[in-house]
Ligand binder design. Structure first.
Ligand code: NAI
Ligand code: MG
Length: 354
C-alpha cells in the first residue's frame, strides 16, 4: 500500500520540523514493510506570496484533492499580513475540504515539562475537539463608516445547525468509543444566540447517547479549571475561537508549543485531512536549526492513527516519551542543546529499540 501525502512545509521553522516528521514516517514504513509513503511537495506560503502575489495556486484545492492526507508545517512570516497567510491558505484548506474536526490532544507525556507543580502527570490527559469551519471564524461581518467618527465593525459568529450538530455528534461518538466523559465548553450566559443554540444542540444530541457521561462549563471557568484541576476534562468539545485559545493554554500545561499537535479531519474521508503542529512559523528562531520537531512528529502520529495504524501511532508517542525521559536529545525550548535534526533522528532510532 502506498499512501500519497501532499507536503506543504510552509514558512519559517515549518520546513525544518516537517523534515523530521517525514524522517519518522519513512522509518516506520521501513520497519513495517507493508506500506510506504510517497511525498509530493508544494512550495506554498509567504515566500510564494511575495513572488506570485498569492499564498497557493488558484487551483490549489484541486491539486490537493486526490491525496490521502496533507502534512503542513506552518505559514506566516513578517512582511505578509497574518490575516492573508491564514485566510488564503490554512483556512481555505480547512473550509474547502470540510475539515470540520480539529483534534488537539492535551496529554502530558512522560518527561515533558509542566509548569503546574501540584498536578500529577496522569491528571493532564484530554482530547480537545474544536469546531474548525465556522463559528467565530466564519469570516462574516462588516466594516461600516470606515475612518469616520461613527465607525463600527461587526464580526459575526455563524453557527449552522448542520455545522454544530456534526461536531457535537463527532464528540459524542469519540466519547462513546473511548468510554470517556464529554465536556462541552461554551458561553451561553453572554453569547445569547450562538451559545444558547450550541448548548441546546449539545443537550439534544446527548439524548441519543445516554451512556456518555457529560458536563458543561462556561469558557472562563473552564480556563481556570484547565490550570487548577485539569483532571476534570477527558473529551472536550468547543467552538472554533474558544478551542483555539483553550488549546494554547492546554499546550502550556502539557509540554509547551514545541509539543502540541493538531489534526484537521474530514471524518467522512471525502476530502483529504490535514495534519500540522499547533505552533506557527516562529520567525524568532527560524533558520537556526533549533526548532522543536516533536509537535510535528506527534502530528505525524495522528496521521498514522487516522490511516488505521494505531500501534505505530502509539509507538511514536512512546519514542517521544523515551527521548524526553532520557533527555538524550532535546531542543533549547525544553532545556536541551540538541538540534532539530538530532531530535528527529533520535526519535526515529528509538522506534526500533522499543
Ligand atoms: P509561534 O507559534 O510561531 O511562536 C510563538 C513562540 O513559541 C515563539 O517564541 C517561538 O519561538 C516559540 N515556538 C513555536 N514553535 C516552536 C517550536 N517548534 N520549537 C521551539 N519554539 C517554538 O507563534 P507567533 O509568534 O504568534 O506567530 C508567528 C507566525 O506564525 C505568525 O505569522 C502567525 O500568523 C503564524 N502562525 C501560523 C500558524 C499555522 O500555520 N498553523 C499557527 C500560529 C501562528
Ligand atoms: Mg492558534
Amino acid at each position: 500500500k502506498t499512501w500519497n501525502i501532499a507536503v506543504i512545509p510552509g514558512d519559517g521553522i515549518g520546513p525544518e520540523v516537517i523534515a523530521e516528521g517525514i524522517k519518522v514516517l519513512n522509518r516506520i514504513a521501513e520497519l513495517d514493510g507493508s506500506f510506504r509513503f510517497d511525498f509530493t511537495y508544494f512550495p506554498w506560503g509567504c515566500e510564494y506570496y511575495l513572488k506570485h502575489g498569492k499564498m497557493m495556486d488558484d487551483d490549489g484545492l484541486e491539486k490537493l484533492r486526490g491525496f490521502d492526507a496533507i502534512y503542513l508545517g506552518a505559514v506566516g512570516f513578517p512582511g505578509v499580513p497574518d490575516h492573508i497567510s491564514l485566510w488564503d491558505l490554512l483556512l481555505k484548506i480547512r473550509k474547502g475540504f470540510e475539515q470540520y474536526v480539529n483534534l488537539r490532544p492535551i496529554k502530558l507525556l512522560a518527561g515533558a515539562p509542566c509548569p503546574l507543580k501540584d498536578v500529577a502527570r496522569e491528571q493532564i490527559d484530554m482530547l480537545v475537539i474544536r469546531e474548525n469551519t465556522e463559528g467565530e471564524y466564519a469570516g462574516a461581518g462588516d466594516w461600516l463608516f470606515r475612518g469616520k467618527p461613527e465607525e463600527v465593525v461587526l464580526q459575526t459568529g455563524v453557527f449552522s445547525r448542520k455545522g454544530t450538530e456534526r461536531i457535537i455528534r463527532y464528540a459524542y461518538e469519540t466519547a462513546r468509543k473511548t468510554g470517556r466523559s464529554l465536556t462541552s465548553i461554551s458561553k451561553g450566559n453572554a453569547l445569547n444566540y450562538s451559545m444558547v443554540f450550541w448548548d441546546q444542540i449539545f443537550a439534544e444530541i446527548g439524548r441519543e447517547y445516554p451512556d456518555v457521561k457529560t458536563s458543561s462549563y462556561l469558557v472562563d471557568a473552564a480556563s481556570m479549571f484547565f490550570v487548577k484541576q485539569p483532571e476534570r476534562f477527558e473529551i472536550v468539545v468547543t467552538s472554533n475561537l474558544f478551542g483555539d485559545i483553550l488549546t494554547d493554554l492546554g499546550a502550556a500545561i502539557a509540554g509547551g508549543l514545541g509539543l502540541a499537535a493538531g489534526a484537521n479531519l474530514n471524518p467522512e474521508r471525502i476530502y483529504p485531512s490535514m495534519f500540522e503542529p499547533v505552533h506557527g512559523s516562529a520567525p524568532d528562531i527560524a533558520g537556526k536549526g533549533i526548532a522543536n520537531p516533536l509537535a510535528a512528529i506527534w502530528s505525524a502520529s495522528q496521521m498514522l492513527e487516522f490511516f488505521g495504524y494505531s500501534e505505530w501511532a502509539d509507538r511514536v508517542l512512546q519514542s517521544i516519551e523515551q527521548v524526553m525521559v532520557e533527555g538524550s536529545a532535546l531542543t533549547p525550548d525544553m532545556g536541551g542543546a540538541s538540534t532539530t535534526q538530532e531530535v528527529g533522528t533520535r526519535v526515529a532510532y528509538q522506534l526500533s529499540e522499543l
